[in-house]
Design a binder for this molecule. Structure first.
Ligand SMILES: Cc1ncc(COP(=O)(O)O)c(C=O)c1O
Length: 397
């Protein structure tokens, strides 16, 4: 069979699937053999220790990234009536926890060069808010699709008014900002191990902070906030948010292959970029100069006039060819849930949403599958198919 020709009977090419490294089962088996089958045990302790060593900050393993954002915002003191600035272009889980705490998200537009929270729009908004004494309780930059947000100007703008920052690095484990891991620059950082992420525990999250006491507090809240002593006494509100020792075993195995997975995801994005280089109207998400973008998902912008079809046409055509693709996140201000939220701009986010597409990005995607995706896209542009893809060597920096 010629490369790039995959029969219609092939399995569907999905957007982003789990990719085990090999040792996960061994750690899970150990949990079964030793009967550590709850939310305490050696895998949990080791996963937190190993993650912490990698990231350079104390860490607590939780049931999801969303749970981590919820606890993180509570650590920052967000409560009823408080406002929290979030980018409008993100997944809904960045914003929902503000509401869980009775707060109000205020939505901020994206920077076209990074697709992340626009530092200038943020700085202007904070200056205006300071004048009328309406500063937010916290700011939540998101490192979208593995691209680190431009943290220096964001942190500077927030520090000017002593506003704490929670970094939503759910999509950005492995990303670097000026050599530092995304998620470690603010007061609290949050990661996700959802099944579609660079590495997964099937479902799970991690909260990190330079403040060791905060991490201990989050751990306490995540296990129902049970006070010390033999009685079941509770003075504070808690949650059932702890990761299980079984899933932490998967996390340990996955962490061992994190760098390889990042390299594989980056290679896919750059192979696509190379394979579309001669096509008009299709452009890879920008790669900000200041860091390492993992390209967790390979996102492209389609200019329908130049390319010859719309983003939605492309999604439908790929679907018919048994390929899953998705639009870029729908901005929060276009969601019925957050349509009434106060906001600063939103036009850039709307444009990125309207034209943005995420192509299959699993680290386990074979070169044949990538070539098949490439040729389906090229066919839509009326271009001839390729017979091979370039070899992109992208060692993680
Ligand atoms: C930007 C962002 N924030 C938060 C989350 C929530 O993470 P989880 O699914 O682990 O709750 C996700 C992904 O799922 C995400 O993409």
């Amino acid at each position: 069979m010629r490369p790039g020709l995959i029969p219609a009977t092939m399995k569907r090419i999905l957007l982003s699937v789990p990719h085990m490294g090999g040792n996960e089962l061994r750690y899970v088996q150990e949990a079964f053999e030793t009967n550590w089958l709850s939310t305490v045990g050696p895998n949990l302790t080791a996963f937190e220790r190993e993650f912490s060593a990698r990231i350079g900050l104390p860490a607590v393993a939780l049931a999801s990234g969303t749970a981590a954002i919820h606890l993180g915002l509570r650590l920052l003191g967000v409560g009823p009536g408080d406002e929290v600035f979030c980018p409008t272009l993100t997944f809904v889980a960045s914003v929902n926890p503000v509401r869980y705490l009775g707060g109000r998200p205020v939505l901020v537009d994206s920077d076209r060069e990074t697709w992340n929270l626009d530092p200038q729009v943020l700085a202007d908004a904070l200056r205006e808010r300071a004048r009328c004494n309406r500063l937010p309780r916290a700011v939540v930059p998101v490192h979208l699709y593995g691209q680190p947000a431009d943290m220096h100007p964001i942190l500077e703008a927030c520090a000017r008014y002593e506003i704490p920052v929670l970094e939503d690095a759910a999509e950005a484990l492995g990303s670097l900002y000026h050599g530092k891991p995304a998620g470690t620059l603010g007061q609290v950082g949050v990661f996700s191990f959802n099944g579609n992420k660079v590495i997964t525990t099937t479902g799970g999250g991690m909260l990190v902070s330079p403040n060791r006491e905060w991490v201990a507090k989050a751990r306490f809240w995540s296990t129902q906030a049970r006070d010390p002593g033999i009685a079941y006494e509770h003075s504070e509100m808690g949650y059932n948010y702890r990761m299980s020792n079984v899933l932490a075993g998967i996390g340990r195995g996955q962490l061992e292959v994190l760098d390889l997975r990042v390299e594989q995801r980056r290679a896919i994005a750059f192979r696509y970029r190379e394979a579309f280089a001669d096509l008009p109207g299709i452009e890879l998400m920008p790669q900000a100069h200041y860091g390492l973008h993992t390209n967790w998902l390979s996102c492209f912008l389609i200019d329908e006039d130049k390319f010859g079809c719309t983003r939605d046409d492309m999604i439908c055509a790929l679907d018919a060819a048994n390929i899953e693709s998705r639009p870029v996140w729908k901005p929060m201000h276009l969601q019925p849930l957050y349509a009434a939220a106060e906001r600063y701009g939103g036009e850039v986010a709307e444009d990125l949403f309207r034209r943005g597409i995420c192509l299959p990005s699993s680290s386990s995607l074979t070169v044949e599958e990538q070539l098949y995706v490439v040729n389906q896209v090229r066919r839509l542009a009326g271009a001839s198919g390729l017979t091979e893809l370039c070899e992109t060597l992208t060692p993680a920096r």
